[in-house]
Structures are given as C-alpha cells and as structure tokens.
Design a protein around this ligand. Structure first.
Ligand code: PYR
Length: 367
C-alpha cells in the first residue's frame, strides 16, 4: 500500500486468478478504502436499475446451434478501422487512483496487453499524456465531460488528439449526479487531484464530491454540442448514455459517428430500464450506420454474446476492471479482459458460432 493524502492506494502488480468477475468485487472491497470502494461500486437510490442491468440479460436466451464448425473461433473485430482481439473494451471510469497508485496508466497498460481499447475519462487521476503513453500504441478513446468553459473542452480535445486518441466519447447522461447513498454515508470527497482538471481548470477536484464536480460540467448538452465537438476535433464522436431510439436518431442527425448505449452502470437515473432492455430498439434505429457500443452490467461471456446478438458491435466493462486494477495492477486488468474473452469464446462455440459476425447474426429466443 502507498498512502497519498491520507488515502491508502494499492500498489500491487501481480497475476490474479479469476473464477468469475463477481468474486472480484468482494476481494477488492478488502483492499480499497471504504470511501473509494463505495464510490466505485455504487449505483443510485435503491440501485433498482443497477440490478436490472444484470437481470435484463435473463429475458432472452441464446438459440444453441449444432452441426456448424466451431473449430477455429475468433473473437477479433474492428471499429473505426482499428483491429482489436476482442469485442470487449474498457469503459471510461473516473478517478482510478482510488484503486491503484498508477491509476489509469496501469489500466491502459493492461488493456493494451489484452489487445483491446482503453477509454480515458475526463476525470482521470493520471493525465491524458501519461495514460496515452501507457497504451504503447494500442488504440484508445478519450471521454469528454463537457464544461461550460469551451476553452477547457478545446484544451482536452487538443490534448487527446495530439496524443493519438482514436475517437472521442461524449457523455450526455450526467447533467447531474444520481443520488448515491454510499458517497453520502461515507462523506466521500475525492482524496486525489484529477490530472485534467488540475491542468486545465480552476480546481483539481481534490476535496470535492462528485455532485460538485458534475455541477461544473455543462448542464445543457444538445445536438449542437455534438456537432461542435465533432467539427472541432475532427475525430469520430461517439455519444454515450443513449437509452432511447429517438435520442440515437438525434445524435446521428447531429454528426455522431457512434452510439454508446449505457445507463452509466445504474449510477445516474434510477427507475429506468436495464441497458440491455433498450439495446435492440436502439440498434434497429441505428441500422448499421455507425458502430453501437454497449455497457452496464456485463459480467459474463454469455452476456457479451447476447449484447452482440442484439445489435452491439462492442461491449464495454467498467467496475470489474477497476477491481482487478486494485488486486493486480496492469496484470490484473489484462487478466479481466482475457478472462471475459475466454468465457465469451466458450459461449461462441457452444452456440455454434465462430466469428463475431456470426454472433451478430445469431438468434435469441424469448421464452
Ligand atoms: C461517475 O461517478 O459515475 C462518473 O462518471 C464520474
């Protein structure tokens, strides 16, 4: 452990054994301080939507097919012209220094070693440059929380572009923070500065709660902002936090190059549907025009399969990777992506599919 500003950070760098992703949560709880763990693991209100994210996958079944060759399964795929080894990518999650001294840099290193895509959060503990460097040439996305201060947005977009971001993820579901009881109970304030805020705004975020951080972000984000970001940065802009087909259409009409279906891991609006509940209708609205990325609640290979068969092109995970970061640093993160991809590959074969495209064409049943 390393103590920084009175906060105990894991500095582990070791292989971890994973039986399933759920078990990582309890293991991580033992080593991440209570306030940090509460922030990472929490959902909003009574966490109904967070739970629904998981339950929604059980509303469909995979139609098992046999008499199809599954000798050479391949989980590789591509997005925006970038090839990756697995359709499972890293979701943007904030303040990873809460889990490990190396924060996002270790996550980026582990994700790159697994051959997939890192997403850096605006609210990262480590800087865009340091995290990009740790990706060692592997593809990564930059997630933007827009500020009212357009110069701040420009500074981050310039920084992300100059360090090689493959796309910008514009989050549009966080005009306000969800009512998150663990943070209130723990009186949680970020113990560590957030590198991008420290470099480009008046406050580093240290000593503030997530409500205060969100209060400084732009509350009114419309299609015009999507267009402005896309025109300014000249990279694909993926709009994250879409939960309705009409909003997907709005985003596409405003120049979005990707749609990210997510309810923020159940951390924002409680009482809304599970993210998987709304994926099929949004994918139908997008109709293959741009990539669809999906997150919220994915813990199993069969769930990756169901998401792809429901119209997602990529599936993102957040919390399990952060738990693994605490437990094993970059090696832990790498293991999570390799483990979930391994479970997915087993499901692919048992379902009679051999490629990610086969999975996308696979039939789901509703018994
Ligand atoms: C969250 O706390 O959910 C953020 O995305 C910052």
């Amino acid at each position: 452990m390393t103590v920084t500003n009175g906060y105990e950070q894991s500095d582990r760098e070791q292989a971890i054994k994973i039986i399933n992703l759920d078990e990582l949560e309890d293991q991580a709880r033992q080593i991440i301080p209570q306030g940090g763990f509460g922030y990472i693991s929490e959902g909003s209100e009574d966490e109904w939507t967070k739970a629904r994210n998981r339950a929604a996958f059980n509303t469909v079944q995979i139609a098992p097919r046999v008499l199809h060759s599954v000798e050479a399964p391949s989980t590789s795929t591509s997005v925006f012209g970038v090839s990756i080894k697995t359709p499972v990518i890293m979701a943007p999650t904030a303040a990873q220094g809460l889990a490990h001294t190396r924060g996002e840099a270790a996550t980026a290193e582990g994700v790159a070693a697994a051959g997939t895509i890192m997403s850096q959060s605006t609210y990262g503990t480590t800087s865009i440059a340091e995290t990009a460097e740790a990706s060692k040439g592997a593809p990564w996305f930059f997630q933007l929380y827009m500020s009212n201060d357009w110069e701040f947005n420009e500074a981050l977009l310039d920084e992300a572009k100059s360090h090689g971001a493959a796309a910008v993820v514009l989050t549009v579901d966080s005009m306000q923070g969800g009512y998150r009881e663990p943070d209130i109970r723990n009186e949680f304030q970020f113990p560590l500065p957030m590198a991008n805020l420290a470099a480009f705004s008046e406050t580093s975020g240290k000593g503030k709660g997530i409500f205060e951080i969100y209060a400084a972000a732009k509350q009114k984000i419309t299609g015009a902002d999507v267009r402005r970001v896309a025109e300014y940065v000249g990279l694909p802009v993926i709009v994250k936090g879409i939960q309705d087909p009409c909003d997907a259409a709005l985003a596409l009409g405003s120049g979005a190059s990707g749609i990210w279906v997510s309810n923020h891991g159940g951390r924002q609006l409680n009482g809304g549907p599970g993210s998987f509940d709304v994926l099929p209708s949004i994918a139908r609205a997008v109709n293959g025009r741009v990539p669809v990325i999906f997150d919220s609640g994915v813990r199993r290979g069969s769930q990756v399969f169901k998401a792809l068969a429901s119209g997602a092109d990529l599936v993102a995970i957040g919390r399990p990777a952060i738990y693994a970061l605490a437990l094993g640093g970059a090696q832990g993160v790498r293991t999570v992506f390799e483990y979930l991809t391994h479970e997915f590959r087993i499901v692919m074969q048992l379902a009679g599919t051999q490629t990610v495209d086969d999975v996308k064409r696979a039939k789901l049943l509703h018994y």
